[in-house]
Write a protein of this length. Structure first.
Length: 287
């Protein structure tokens, strides 16, 4: 009798997992990967995707970041229809590109354009890690180069947000060439007295960190962003030493003089406004 009673209690006390899933709409809640706090996704987005509990910066898409910084209705996207080809005839590459286009509703791993931040004009480029892990292919490099040229032509600053796993292996040396091309364009901007603000987000690695991402007049990063060229394991195996726990974090690079400042996301717009205002109508000291 007691055994039968316990079975009945267990039956009515247990909620089937499928039913539980149906009762909580998908996307309603988000768990912070750092502190494991579960929060309403809507509230997280209101806080610019920064965890209320621990300050962890969740990844932002390019459209989300542009919306958080640019004045409403001011942003004009440029070179939107540029598409990557498959010059090396790499197997399945075209299918992967098409899959990412559908998933992200972007044509490439970067969005470029111009607009205003609190009324101050600027050209902006924002990488999106959802598309091929933000890898730098020939189209990414070309769009950055054209954005820099737009900044030169308009005589306004250029801001770039990096988020990348490095060069795109499916395009081989064509991808690596973008490091030189983008760097040359930025050197031209510098000689013209233009301003370049580089902001590195999580992650900024490989050929991107070794080229345009590190060439700003101001080099900033978001908190705890992973920034580096080679992977931690490869470096440790090469130098046969154990690296510090915070190695390749934004805070580590700031401490060692490779960044000018680590800026929390909720301070980013104010900081950029201040810098743009200081340089309004002026020029940097180009070499």
């Amino acid at each position: 009798m007691l055994k039968d009673f316990l079975k009945k209690k267990r039956k009515y006390a247990t909620i089937p997992s499928e039913r539980a899933k149906q009762e909580v709409p998908e996307g309603l809640m988000t768990k912070c990967p750092s502190c494991r706090t579960i929060m309403y996704t809507k509230e997280l987005k209101k806080n610019l995707l920064v965890c209320h509990s621990c300050g962890f910066h969740h990844r932002m898409t390019a459209p989300e970041r542009i919306a958080s910084l640019m004045d409403e209705g001011s942003f004009v996207e440029t070179n939107k229809d540029m598409l990557s080809k498959n010059p090396l005839e790499f197997p399945t590459y075209e299918k992967k590109l098409e899959s990412d286009r559908k998933k992200t509703e972007l044509n490439e791993a970067i969005v470029t354009g111009y607009g205003t931040i609190n009324g101050l004009p600027t050209v902006m480029a924002v990488m999106d890690a959802r598309f091929r892990m933000g890898s730098m292919g020939s189209v990414v490099g070309e769009k950055i180069t054209r954005a820099v040229e737009d900044a030169i032509e308009k005589g306004i600053p250029f801001i770039l947000f990096s988020a990348s796993g490095g060069a795109r292996m499916q395009e081989g040396v064509l991808s690596l060439m973008q490091m030189a091309k983008t760097s040359a364009a930025l050197q031209k901007l510098n000689r013209q007295g233009g301003l370049f603000i580089s902001i590195m987000t999580h992650p900024t690695t490989g050929g991107v960190s070794a080229s345009f991402a590190s060439l700003g007049d101001y080099n900033f990063a978001e908190p705890k962003a992973l920034i580096g060229f080679a992977g931690r394991r490869i470096i440790e195996q090469t130098i046969r030493q154990e690296l510090p726990e915070d190695f390749q974090t934004a805070e580590f690079l700031l401490k060692h003089g490779q960044l000018d400042r680590v800026i929390p996301r909720n301070e980013m717009k104010e900081t950029l406004t201040t810098i743009l205002d200081i340089h309004q109508g002026g020029e940097t000291n180009g070499d």
